[in-house]
Design a binder for this molecule. Structure first.
Ligand SMILES: *[C@@H]1O[C@H](CO)[C@@H](O)[C@H](O)[C@H]1NC(C)=O
Ligand SMILES: *[C@@H]1O[C@H](CO)[C@@H](O)[C@H](O)[C@H]1NC(C)=O
Ligand SMILES: *[C@@H]1O[C@H](CO)[C@@H](O)[C@H](O)[C@H]1NC(C)=O
Ligand SMILES: *[C@@H]1O[C@H](CO)[C@@H](O)[C@H](O)[C@H]1NC(C)=O
Ligand SMILES: [Cu+2]
Length: 634
């Protein structure tokens, strides 16, 4: 144990100090540490990051010295200064390690289920869900529905908030997927009864889903979840604009209609296309791929398209590069093949950027997800390059090389300035085990791991590993931040809820770059490459001048799912403004007055504008020309 203090010091001191705003595109390690390591990463207003960690376990410091044992940290991120500040102020009663989560309709977050692995000093043995302290990993899951409510000002200056942990699900769930629906209900699916042990699967399967607040009763059995076991943890799931829920488990896809009361049957579930038969392991933990929704544009009817990428091959232990997509709301939809990832990876993170491109980061080239706090490491060969996907061209470009490995338990989050941070990894000590960043090998296969390797890192021998918990945040600045001046949005009312089918006026500062597009990117939460929140909407502009842009919030809450969104304005060069926070939810419709006189957009231009995800679509040029013309005229 004496090794720990020196290891921590080394970890903390190896970040190179950065000063001020990034000056070139690419990666940099931010100043400071997260305190708690970010196994779960959730965005709150004001670039406040909530990180939830695995309680530290032997042989590592049982009490995390940074947090004095608390497992939830709130971290204020200053993307311009390159600084992060840990605020030690948000304990949970019921350990949230291994929970599922989503952004909540009121701007808070849901954190549901988890693992009762002991965390001191918040550990309280009198709480039934906190099992006796035997310091092993195979506890029963937690049945708690936790809600984090924002503090009154919902800003970085007031990050405290409060936890409500009284509500319960019908069962315990470890590794459930959670998503927020249009009416604010949360859908909670799968999650085993306890921390899964692939060598003893007798008491873990929980092939059911339920809703909170409760709907129907007690919960609903899913034959697809049951069929896929043990490959049914953290299923991929999204709220679809049709109101149905997309769920993909292993290689089967179902649509669940929450409006249909199924009784004790599966009457609300319809299976749609299976994924094509290719050399790919089940598309789910521990062969973890990631999934996201393509940007959705008003000009093309806001059609939803789910993309799934990465994971593991079936024939070998190498990562897979495959990407597939489907439009689940379209009758008869089939999965189709997209361009493959330039770098095969499992445990990747996909982050939708304000211009509608998608950044792929994190992950490993070999092995599988899983491991015991760095003591047994199932994945090797960290993938450092980052890859950018252009959905219009179906094309990938490699756009930088990260410095920090992001193996098991990693995350990535878009900040309001348009940069992306990567978080987490509990295999920061993977070199103890694997030797070199490129080592792979069947002799170290998780299934038949030779004791020579295992012992290097296992606490029963006194050769304890170095600290596995990664506390650093690395920041990626996309090229668009260096392509010209940024548009400037004037401050937006931070406490107002904007409701469905309202028209919204965005005040623009004419000293910023002229605006050609508005995009809305939902705040996210992510763990285990599972991010049900992420989506980008591009409304058609109803009016545009140098000082004002007007657009309509979609009428459909299952499209513009309630909660916090980033509102970005983009220049004709694709340079985003700093986002303003917009809380979308139920309420009275408000309509901005569309000024009479010349507008930067005509109805025709708006109608045909295809969104310019690739920055070259003629619609934008038309729009840019219209803006320029209006300026000349004005
Ligand atoms: C950022 O952190 C550096 C180094 O820790 C410090 O010198 C600087 O004052 C900080 N800047 C801001 C704006 O907080
Ligand atoms: C789906 O997965 C099952 C179980 O892993 C496998 O038997 C089946 O062949 C797969 N189907 C396709 C189309 O890959
Ligand atoms: C996966 O590989 C095994 C052999 O390792 C093979 O028996 C099985 O059919 C493969 N499954 C799929 C879906 O290709
Ligand atoms: C949205 O509002 C417009 C008028 O502003 C109205 O014509 C339209 O029917 C509304 N749509 C829905 C779905 O309520
Ligand atoms: Cu995990």
């Amino acid at each position: 144990m004496q090794v720990t203090a020196t290891v921590l010091t080394a970890l903390l001191s190896c970040a190179v100090a950065v000063e001020g705003a990034a000056t070139t595109a690419g990666w940099r390690i931010m100043n400071g540490i997260t305190g708690s390591f970010c196994l779960h990463s959730l965005l709150l207003p004001g670039n406040v990051l909530m990180c939830i960690e695995r309680p530290h376990t032997h042989p590592y410091p049982y009490i995390n010295p940074n947090t004095n044992g608390l497992t939830v940290a709130l971290i204020t991120i200053d993307p311009n200064a390159g600084n992060i500040t840990y605020n030690n102020n948000s304990p949970v009663k019921y350990n949230a390690f291994c929970a599922g989560h989503s952004q909540a309709a009121d701007g808070g977050v849901w954190v549901i289920g988890g693992d009762p692995q002991e965390s001191t000093p918040t550990y309280d043995a009198s709480i039934a869900e906190n099992k006796p302290d035997d310091k092993t990993f195979l506890f029963y899951g937690i049945d708690r529905v936790r809600k984090f409510n924002l503090g009154p000002s919902a800003s970085a200056a007031d990050v405290k908030g409060t936890w409500d942990e009284d509500a319960k699900m019908t069962t315990a769930r470890w590794y459930p997927t959670v998503l927020t629906q249009g009416d604010g209900t949360v859908f909670i699916t799968s999650g085993s009864l306890k921390n899964i042990d692939f060598e003893d699967l007798s008491v873990t399967n929980n092939p059911t889903y339920e809703f909170y607040p409760p709907k129907y009763s007690p919960n609903i059995f899913s034959s697809v979840l049951n069929w896929a076991f043990p490959h049914n943890l953290y299923p991929m799931a999204f709220q679809l604009p049709s109101g149905k829920i997309f769920m993909m488990v292993s290689n089967r896809t179902v649509l669940i209609d929450p409006k249909v009361d199924p009784g004790n049957t599966e009457a609300n579930t319809v299976e749609i296309a299976s994924v094509p038969a290719i050399d790919h392991a089940p598309w789910i933990y521990p062969h973890t791929p990631t999934a996201f929704l393509m940007p959705m544009k008003e000009s093309t009817g806001y059609v939803a398209e789910v993309v799934i990428c990465g994971g593991s091959k079936n024939s070998t232990s190498y990562a897979a590069a495959d990407c597939l997509s489907i439009q689940p709301d379209v009758p008869g939809a089939q999965w189709k093949t997209l361009a493959s990832l330039p770098h095969a990876r499992l445990m990747p993170e996909a982050t939708i950027l304000p211009d509608g491109t998608i950044l792929f980061t994190n992950g490993m080239g070999w092995g599988q997800a899983g491991g015991n706090g760095g003591q047994a490491q199932y994945a090797a060969a960290p993938v450092f390059p980052s890859d950018l996907y252009d959905p219009v061209a179906n094309k990938w470009t490699t756009v930088g090389t990260a410095q920090v490995a992001r193996s098991y338990h990693n995350g990535a989050i878009l900040l309001s300035d348009g940069s992306v941070i990567t978080t987490g990894n509990e295999m920061a000590n993977y070199l103890d085990f694997w030797g070199t960043p490129t080592a792979v090998g069947p002799d170290r296969d998780f299934a038949k791991m030779s004791s020579a390797y295992k012992q290097d890192c296992y606490p029963v021998v006194e050769k304890a590993c170095t600290n596995p918990y990664e506390y650093r945040i690395e920041q990626f600045s996309p090229q668009y931040l260096f392509n010209g001046p940024r548009p400037i949005i004037k401050p937006f009312p931070s406490t107002q809820t904007f409701t469905y089918n309202s028209t919204i006026s965005v005040s623009l500062d004419p000293s910023g770059a002229p605006v050609t597009r508005i995009t809305l990117v939902r705040y996210t939460t992510t763990t285990h490459s599972t991010n049900t929140d992420q989506r980008l909407l591009e409304p058609t502009l109803l009016y545009l001048s140098s000082t004002q842009a007007i657009f309509r919030i979609p009428a459909n809450p299952n499209l513009a799912v309630p909660g916090n969104w980033h509102l970005f304005a983009l220049s004709d060069k694709g340079v985003p403004s700093v986002a303003e926070r917009i809380l979308i939810g139920a309420g009275d419709v408000t309509n901005a007055q569309i000024p009479s006189g010349p507008s930067g957009v005509s109805t025709a231009a708006a109608g045909t504008k295809s969104g310019a995800m690739d920055g070259r679509v003629s619609g934008v040029e038309v729009l840019g020309l219209a803006v320029a013309l209006w300026w000349v005229l004005a």
